[in-house]
Structures are given as structure tokens and as C-alpha cells.
Design a protein around this ligand. Structure first.
Ligand code: ZN
Length: 461
């Protein structure tokens, strides 16, 4: 099956940051066969199976969200203003309240929204992972899916002991590894990954167990790391070393690892991170709202690969790109820092690199046909002189006309093809209502009190 998309603006995202103002792309099955001027490719590929008229359109690589908790959409409107304490008062308690079925229903809505905003590869990591691979395949997105683990119960977080529990550890390892084993070899589009929630809530045995399973199974790892001074202080107290040194010593840093957020990096830990060649999933939108900014310029200056993630709650990946530029410029007090062509690379090919995908994230011959096609007549994109800045500053989810993932058209005319929106939306709203009503009846409000006895029951369904 060959498809020619002609007469479009093509933002290739290649190493030269080439943009073709009257460009064309030819797709053969799941790969890009040719990229060039419309004139050349129309002449060269006269007998294709399908022609897409690209007039008034812009073709770019699909986005890669290198860090996502799709089910956390349940928190929309209720946690954005609570800072980092929401981990203890809302996120962890909800894990013991929301059922796996509710989480999946809400998470599917997030998958839908992100695909519609041009995301073609998504890392989905959460306390429960069942059902997400099947939904990813159905909707047609490329997804890494993993169970997020910890072996310190929230009660021990709240009482300050951070005591790990061997029984919990065994259960968590069995769940994460069992899930991953089932996924291996299942399809090209769905891949398992391991996820550690926090250095504070993970024993050395848990970290070692995951690393050895990752090596045995040949799969990648990811973790939350550098999420504030509390993480540093607690890890230092528990293990006598910084959180970065701690996870390094038990195998959770390296070129097959993505560290997520990493906005709090003491100077000696920057050295540890740089030496390890760990990839970074920068989540600028959520962290800005929590009052934090990752030192992206410093990370890049140390040669580290920085990708982008949406993390939680939000639906429009273009906002992540804009946040990345804004926070980089505030952090460096430099209004020219992080240029649009660079942030587009972070949102695409850097994310692919972080996941070991060497053929995703560029419009280049031989690369996977993972594309977003924008409608340049959508409000905000006129006049369109410079494609990269226009995409980064002025495009929205609504600008996305077509999404092609792994060579298949999965969004067309702005509509997701394989899944209906309204039913999904209604089911997600019902699931969120029922999870919150149980939360409120258990905790007496939309926040659990840190001092209430038995006030938190993460992991227990
Ligand atoms: Zn996260």
C-alpha cells in the first residue's frame, strides 16, 4: 500500500531541520519511502494506491509523550493547585480507591485526546496497567505500558519511617514483571516498560529486582527522580546517599533508563546523571503549575537527551511544547533560549531516542510513518511564514486534521477513526464520579488528611 501526500509544507525534523514549503511524502506500508518536492515526487510516484491532497496542510512527525499517567485524568480540576503535597493527600490515596476498571476507562479518554492532539507514541505508567495495551492497539497509537511500583506503603510514608515491606515488594515485582512478560513479542506497537514511583518508596531489593528482570527480558526502565528537596533528604536519611547516587547504585540509571521530571538536581547529582547517560522526560507544563522548572539548558549542556512528557491531567500536547519554551526562558532569563526547531526535536525524535526507537520522530526515508498533518486554515496559523515557530506557538489539538501511526490513518478530518468519543467521554465521567464519591466518603473531602490514622491506603483495592 503506497500513499502520496503532496503539495504540503513538510517539517522534516531531520538533523538539518529542513522544511519543504511545497513538499511531499510517500508512505509504503508502515514506513516513509520518500520525502521531496511535490514536483519531483508526483512525477516519480505516479501510480500509488492513495493520494492525499496536502494543500493548506503541514506535515510533521507525530509527538512522543515520554512520560504519561493516563488514568490521572481523574484528578482534573482538583489537584492542579495543591503543589507537591497532592502526592500524599490525593494521588496516593486515590490509588487505593479507584478500581482498575475505572482507571482504564478514564485512561482511555486520555489516550483518545492525546492521539487527537498528534501524539503517536505514548509511555503509559501507572499503578494498574491491564487493558491499556489492548486499547492502544484498538485506537492505533504506539505505546509503552508498565506497572508503576513501590514497596513502601503510604502509611509508612505518612509516619515518616519509609519502611519497605517484603510482602508488598514481592507482590509488586510479580505484578510488574508478569505484566511485562505477557506483552513481550505481542505486537510492534505495544512494548512493556518498568516504572519505579520514587527513590523514597523503593527498597534496594525492589530496584535490583526490576533491573535484573529488565536485563533478562531486554526491556527499558523509567522512574520519577529529582522531584524536590524532600526526596533528597529522605533518601539521604534512609540510605546515606543522594537519591541519584542511590538509584545509580542499584541499576536505575543508564542509557536504557528515562528519569522523569528531574527539576531538583543538586550539583553533585548533575555529575552522576551526566555520567550515566540517562534520558530525561521533561514535563514542563505540570511542573510549572507546581512551581518548579527543570534545568533543561544545563542538562543539555551536559550532553543529556531531553524528551518531553505530558505527565498528568492535560490533553493538548502543543501546550507542553509552549510550556517547555516558556519555562526554559524564565529559567535562563534569556528570551532566545530553546528555539522552536529544538523543542520540536524534544517532542519527537528525542522521545524516540529515550525509548530506543531509532526509526521514529523524523520525516526521513526509512523512518516509521508516524505523522501529524495540521490544517493550516485553523485559527492561529495565518499568516504562516515560518512553519516551526507557527507550530510551536500557534497550533492546537484542533489544528490536527490527520494522524498516521505506523502507516495507518487513525485520525482523519479531526476525528479519531477507531473509537467513538461521546461514549468514551460519558463512561470516563461516570468512572470519575464514582471514584471521587468513594474517595470523599472515605476521607471526608477531596483531600486525605496527612494526620488522620489509616488515612491512606495506596495499593490496596
Ligand atoms: Zn509521573
Amino acid at each position: 500500500m503506497r500513499t502520496l501526500i503532496s503539495d504540503a509544507i513538510v517539517v522534516t525534523n531531520d538533523d538539518a531541520r529542513s522544511v519543504l514549503m511545497d513538499g511531499a511524502v510517500v508512505i509504503g506500508d508502515d514506513r516513509i519511502v520518500a520525502v521531496g518536492t511535490s514536483q519531483d515526487l508526483k512525477r516519480e510516484y505516479q501510480s500509488v494506491d492513495r493520494v492525499i491532497d496536502g494543500r493548506g496542510k503541514l506535515i510533521m512527525p507525530g509527538f512522543v509523550s515520554a512520560h504519561t499517567h493516563a488514568g490521572y485524568t481523574v484528578f482534573r480540576g482538583r489537584v492542579e493547585d495543591g503543589g507537591l503535597d497532592t502526592f500524599l493527600t490525593q494521588l496516593m490515596p486515590m490509588a487505593g480507591v479507584m478500581t482498575p476498571a475505572e482507571r482504564l476507562t478514564i485512561g482511555c479518554l486520555t489516550y483518545f485526546e492525546l492521539l487527537k492532539s498528534g501524539v503517536t507514541t505514548l509511555v503509559q505508567v501507572e499503578e494498574e496497567a491491564e487493558g491499556f495495551p489492548e486499547f492502544a492497539e484498538k485506537i492505533g497509537i504506539r505505546s509503552f505500558v508498565g506497572v508503576q511500583v513501590q514497596d513502601v506503603e503510604p502509611a509508612q510514608v505518612l509516619d515518616g519511617t519509609f519502611a519497605a515491606d517484603a510482602g508488598v515488594r514481592q507482590q509488586q515485582l510479580a505484578k510488574a514483571i508478569g505484566f511485562a512478560e505477557k506483552l513481550i513479542g505481542r505486537s510492534d506497537r505495544v512494548t512493556p516498560i518498568f516504572m519505579v514511583n520514587s527513590p523514597m518508596t523503593s527498597s534496594p531489593e525492589l530496584l535490583k529486582g526490576l533491573r535484573s528482570a529488565a536485563d533478562r527480558l531486554g526491556i527499558r526502565l523509567t522512574l520519577h527522580l529529582g522531584l524536590g528537596a524532600r526526596e533528597s533528604e529522605v533518601t539521604e536519611r534512609l540510605h546515606g546517599k543522594s537519591s541519584f547516587a542511590y538509584v545509580r547504585d542499584f541499576g536505575l540509571l543508564g542509557p536504557d533508563v528515562i528519569a522523569c521530571h528531574s527539576f531538583h538536581i543538586p550539583p553533585q547529582d548533575m555529575d552522576i546523571l551526566a555520567a550515566s547517560r540517562t534520558h530525561i522526560a521533561h514535563c514542563p507544563q505540570i511542573n510549572a503549575i507546581r512551581g518548579s522548572i527543570a534545568p533543561v539548558q544545563a542538562l543539555q549542556d551536559r550532553g543529556l537527551n531531553v524528551a518531553l512528557g505530558i505527565d498528568n491531567y492535560f490533553a493538548d500536547f502543543f501546550e507542553v511544547l509552549r510550556s517547555a519554551v516558556s519555562v526554559a526562558r524564565i529559567k535562563t532569563q534569556d528570551g532566545t533560549a530553546l528555539q522552536p526547531s529544538e523543542v520540536l526535536r524534544m517532542a519527537t525524535v528525542n522521545g524516540a531516542m529515550a525509548l530506543g526507537l531509532t526509526d521514529v520522530g523524523k520525516i526521513e526515508k526509512g523512518y516509521k510513518a508516524d505523522l501529524a498533518i495540521l490544517d493550516c486554515t485553523y485559527p492561529g496559523l495565518t499568516p504562516l511564514f515560518e512553519p516551526a515557530p507557527s507550530v510551536v506557538y500557534h497550533a492546537h489539538m484542533g489544528s490536527v486534521d490527520t494522524v498516521i501511526a505506523d502507516g495507518r490513518i487513525v485520525v482523519e478530518g479531526g476525528l479519531v477513526k477507531n473509537v467513538g468519543y461521546e461514549e468514551l467521554r460519558q463512561q470516563a465521567a461516570l468512572a470519575a464520579n464514582s471514584a471521587w464519591s468513594r474517595f470523599i466518603s472515605r476521607y471526608g473531602g477531596t483531600k486525605a488528611s496527612l494526620n488522620k490514622p489509616g488515612g491512606c491506603a495506596c495499593h490496596r483495592q
